[in-house]
Design a protein around this ligand. Structure first.
Ligand code: CAO
Length: 400
């Protein structure tokens, strides 16, 4: 008896490309086993078998465009004579067909990879962020994984033998501290970004006397509503203004470094320090949000990050990133670009300065790291100056 696996309803998505066929004719397929991967311009979807059977034939080819209801695969169902299947109990409520599993990737996220690739990477404990993609639209393919393993092997072979490291007793008592999972993953990603992106960091300062007077005047009132009005919401609002004016900063660079995708949405990744290490949740669609909304969202994202409650969507889609070390002190630092974005802003602690007449003014140090393949020095300096101007005169932010 033949059974046809079709494309289920996809919540408004009507056109997907068949990018992977995961099973072969004559292969036995279990219920819920992934059989194909479909991809839209925003995400990948894994199609799973809704019944057990043997693959009779594919009804689509790689590269075909399909929509909901399209027939994908014919399964021949085996009848087990010794143990005939029990008749199904009548359902009391309508049963939902199995839903495709969205893959945690977006065009503006970290990488495209099919579930099969992800599964293999998980199995081999490979961090996909460190794999160079060669597939269409920056997709990581099985071949990329193989190449990565090969390279890793070569590097490991070249690495010094741990036996040749100095005897740990040389330093007296040594306490080995395994890195947290987040640190290992972030570390591999930071290393790759630092090694592959030509960073330039531009520094500037904003005089924030007016901003601080305004903030202090409203801080307590908002605190009574449970909202902490720090400098960050002001910086994010000013960033939105500058990202609208300098579109190449709100962008993603393809993994081959050949194409810049300028993005219409402005989604700000915010580096958050947690006990386990650094995570970067995303404040989506930042323009148009009030200072209060932004402050509330920062608090919520930071809290979710620290309680390890972030959903995959909270971590996706950053178009620009901000890393604030203002609470900890320091005068300036070089933030590492959060690829595939092309720039990141670092914020250090504001400082009081005294002019010749003894007049005090407060300055906020800002560091902009940008990808020099995409952004010229002049543009970097202009962008940061524009950001400074928005912070120094908040009225500019109302102009949109
Ligand atoms: N100058 C002076 N004071 C600052 C400041 C700055 N640039 N930035 C923050 N502060 C003050 C805040 O006003 C607040 O003071 P009060 O409690 O007196 O109001 C205090 O520092 C703590 O602020 P906060 O950290 O709670 O809030 P935030 O909005 O400034 O930042 C968040 C939120 C989530 C970004 C931050 O808590 C955080 O995790 N930062 C770490 C980011 C990081 O590690 N980056 C490094 C990446 S590379 O390793």
């Amino acid at each position: 008896m033949a059974h046809i696996i079709t494309v289920p309803a996809l919540g408004g998505v009507s056109n997907l490309e068949v990018v992977e066929l995961l099973v072969q004719p004559q292969q036995h397929v279990s219920k819920d086993q992934p059989v194909a991967v479909l991809e839209s311009d925003k995400s990948s979807l894994e199609i799973v078998a809704d019944k057990e059977g043997v693959v009779a034939k594919w009804l689509v080819n790689l590269g075909d465009s399909v929509g909901p209801g399209a027939a994908l695969l014919a399964l021949e169902q085996e009848q087990n004579q010794e143990n005939p299947p029990l008749p199904e109990a009548p359902a009391l409520v309508p049963q939902e067909p199995p839903q495709p599993q969205p893959v945690v990737t977006t065009a503006t996220g970290d990488y495209y990879a099919s579930p099969a690739v992800r599964q293999m990477a998980r199995h081999l404990e490979i961090n996909l962020a460190s794999v160079q993609a060669s597939g269409e639209r920056g997709r990581i393919t099985i071949e990329d994984l193989k190449r990565h393993i090969h390279q890793e092997k070569r590097t490991t072979q070249q690495a010094p033998d741990p036996q040749t490291l100095p005897d740990a007793s040389f330093w007296g008592h040594v306490l080995p501290q395994p890195l947290s999972k987040i640190k290992k993953i972030t570390g591999a990603r930071l290393l790759q970004q630092w090694q592959t992106i030509p960073h330039v960091t531009q520094f500037n300062e904003a005089v924030i006397n007016d901003l601080q007077s305004f903030r202090m005047a409203h801080k307590d009132q908002l605190a009574a509503e449970g909202v902490k009005l720090t400098l960050l919401p002001f910086i994010i609002q000013s960033l939105c203004r500058s990202l609208k004016a300098f579109k190449e900063f709100n962008a993603v660079l393809s993994s081959d470094g050949q194409t810049l995708l300028q993005l219409s949405e402005i989604n700000i990744g915010i580096a958050v320090e947690t006990e386990q290490g650094l995570v970067v949740p995303v404040l989506h669609q930042a323009p148009g949000k009030s200072l209060k909304e932004i402050a509330r969202l920062i608090q919520q994202l930071a809290e979710k990050a620290r309680k390890k409650q972030l959903a995959p969507t909270d971590l996706q889609g950053h178009t620009f990133t901000i890393s604030s070390l203002g609470a900890y002190g320091g005068t300036a630092f070089t933030p590492i670009i959060h690829a595939p974005n092309v720039a990141i802003i670092g914020v250090s602690r504001s400082q009081k300065r005294y002019g010749p007449g003894g007049a005090a003014h407060e300055v906020l140090p800002l560091s902009l790291s940008y990808d020099h393949r995409v952004i010229d020095g002049a543009a970097g300096a202009q962008f940061l100056q524009h950001l400074v101007e928005g912070l120094e005169d908040l009225r500019l932010l109302c102009l949109g």
